[in-house]
Design a protein around this ligand. Structure first.
Ligand code: GLU
Length: 428
C-alpha cells in the first residue's frame, strides 16, 4: 500500500488547480492553530461530492454548443450545502472545489446551518444573448436536479449571475416539482420570494466589516481614502456605502479598466453610467488607469471586489494601501498574504468580509421556508449583528495568538465544522 502522503497526493488530483492548492494550503496553515484531530482535518481537505455535466445550448444562430458545468459540495456536516453559481471562462472543477471549501468555512464562521458548495458553467457570458443565457441556465439546472434541493444544496448568484439567473433556476426546478419552490435558490427577485437587501448584502457587509475594523484600529471611516477594484454587484454597492458613510472613493475599476480622481468619484453617477452603457468603458469621470495601476495607488483601504488572484507575490510589495478588504473570493494569494503580513498591512479576509451575501441568503431561505417576510431594517440589523459577532471573534483570536485575520477566521470556521464532524462520527 502507498504511504499516506502519496495516497493523498493521488486522490487530490481530481480537484487539482492553483486555487484548490491555495485553499488547502490556507486550511493547513489554520489547522496548526485549530487543535483538531488529524483524521477530521484529512476528511475536510476533500469535497464530499462533485458533479460534472455537459450543458448543450441552442445558440441564436441555430448551432448547438456544449458547455462544461460543475457543482461541488464540500461539506454537508452542518446542513444543506450552499453557494453560488458562476458563469466565467475560467470555471473548472478545481476552481469550484476551492470556492466550495471556502464557503464551508464562511458559513461555519457566520454560524449558518450550512456547508459549502459552488458551481458554474465555463462560458463567456458577455458574448451570449439573454435567450442563450436563459437556455444555458435552464439546462444546467435540470442537469443538477439529482443533487440540488432546498434541504440538499441551495444555489445563489456569483460572478456574472444575478436575480434573473436565479428566477430561471427557481422556475426550472418548480416546473419539475409541479408547484412553486422558492426555497431552492437565494438571490431571487423579491416578487418570487427573494429577500429585501439580498442584492446589496455582500457590498453592504463589506462596508460593515471595514467600519468595524476601522473602529478597532482607531481610524475614522470618514477620513479614509478608498480604492475599489470591481464595479459589479459587490464593488459598486461597497463603493456607494463607503461614500454614504463619509469615506472618499478615489478610484474604481471593472473589466474595461480603472478610473481615478484624487478628490473622489461620484459613485451614483458611475452606477447610472454602467446601467446605461453596461460597463465603465468610455466613462470620463476621472483619469483612465489600468487595473495594475489601480492596485498600486496610494490609499487607506483597498477593496478587492473583482475576482481571485489579484494581489500576488509579484505586486504585493507595491501595494500602497494601509488595509485590504476582500469582497471577492480568493483575491490575495498565499505569497501576497505573507508579504502583506510582513509589511503590517491587515487583510480583512474573504470568508468574513464578503459573508454578508450568504448571510442574507440564509435569511431569504428561512423566510421562504417559513412563508413569513421581514423588513429591510430587520434584515439589516440581523446582518450587522451576525457580522459584528463573527468579526469580534476573528479579531480577538488574531490579537491573542498573533496570527493573521485570515488564519483566525479559518480557525473559527474549521473548529466548528470539525467539532460537528467528531460529534456525528464517521459513517458507517
Ligand atoms: N456567491 C456568494 C459567495 O461567494 C453567495 C453565496 C450564497 O449566497 O449562497 O459567498
Amino acid at each position: 500500500m502507498a504511504s499516506l502522503p502519496e495516497a493523498l497526493a493521488e486522490t487530490r488530483l481530481e480537484w487539482d488547480s492553483p486555487l484548490y492548492r491555495m485553499a488547502v494550503a490556507q486550511f493547513d496553515q489554520a489547522v496548526e492553530h485549530a487543535g483538531i484531530h488529524e483524521d477530521s482535518a484529512e476528511r475536510l481537505r476533500y469535497p464530499e461530492r462533485s458533479i460534472i455535466v455537459s450543458v448543450p445550448v441552442r445558440m441564436d444562430d441555430g448551432r448547438t454548443v456544449v458547455f462544461p458545468g460543475y457543482r461541488v459540495q464540500h461539506s454537508s456536516i452542518l446542513g444543506p450545502t450552499k453557494g453560488g453559481v458562476r458563469y466565467d471562462e475560467d470555471v473548472t472543477l478545481g476552481e469550484c472545489a476551492a470556492l466550495a471549501m471556502w464557503m464551508t468555512w464562511k458559513c461555519a464562521l457566520l454560524r449558518l446551518p450550512y456547508g459549502g458548495a459552488k458551481g458554474g458553467v465555463r462560458c463567456n457570458p458577455r458574448a451570449m444573448s439573454q435567450g442563450e443565457l436563459e437556455r444555458l441556465t435552464r439546462r444546467f439546472t435540470s442537469e443538477l436536479l439529482p443533487i440540488i434541493g432546498p434541504q440538499e444544496d441551495i444555489p445563489a448568484p456569483d460572478m456574472a449571475t444575478d436575480e434573473q439567473t436565479m428566477a430561471w433556476m427557481m422556475d426550472t426546478y418548480s416546473m419539475q416539482s409541479g408547484f412553486a419552490v422558492p426555497e431552492i435558490v437565494t438571490g431571487k427577485p423579491i416578487s418570487i420570494g427573494g429577500s429585501v437587501l439580498r442584492m446589496e448584502a455582500t457590498g453592504a457587509g463589506v462596508v460593515m466589516v471595514v467600519a468595524r475594523a476601522c473602529e478597532r484600529l482607531g481610524w475614522r471611516l470618514e477620513d479614509q481614502r478608498c480604492v475599489v477594484q470591481g464595479f459589479g454587484n459587490v464593488g459598486s454597492v461597497a463603493a456607494r456605502e463607503l461614500t454614504e458613510r463619509g469615506a472618499q472613493v478615489i478610484a474604481v475599476s471593472d473589466v474595461s479598466g480603472g478610473l481615478h480622481a484624487e478628490d473622489g468619484l461620484a459613485i451614483e453617477e458611475l452606477e447610472a453610467y454602467v446601467r446605461k452603457h453596461g460597463s465603465l468603458a468610455g466613462c470620463e469621470a476621472g483619469r483612465r488607469i489600468s487595473n495594475e495601476e489601480l492596485l498600486e495607488l496610494e490609499c487607506d483601504i483597498l477593496v478587492l471586489a473583482a475576482r481571485e488572484d489579484q494581489v500576488t507575490g509579484e505586486n504585493a510589495s507595491r501595494v500602497r494601501a494601509r488595509m485590504i478588504a476582500e469582497g471577492a473570493n480568493g483575491p490575495t494569494t498565499l505569497e501576497a498574504d505573507e508579504i502583506l503580513a510582513a509589511r503590517g498591512i491587515p487583510v480583512l479576509p474573504d470568508v468574513l468580509t464578503n459573508a454578508g451575501g450568504v448571510t442574507v441568503s440564509y435569511f431569504e431561505w428561512v423566510q421562504d421556508l417559513g412563508r413569513i417576510f421581514w423588513t429591510r431594517d430587520e434584515i439589516r440589523a440581523k446582518l450587522a449583528e451576525k457580522l459584528a459577532d463573527a468579526f469580534d471573534r476573528v479579531w480577538d483570536v488574531s490579537q491573542e495568538r498573533g496570527i493573521t485575520l485570515r488564519t483566525s477566521a479559518l480557525v473559527a470556521g474549521i473548529r466548528d465544522v470539525a467539532e460537528a464532524l467528531e460529534a456525528r462520527g464517521l459513517f458507517p
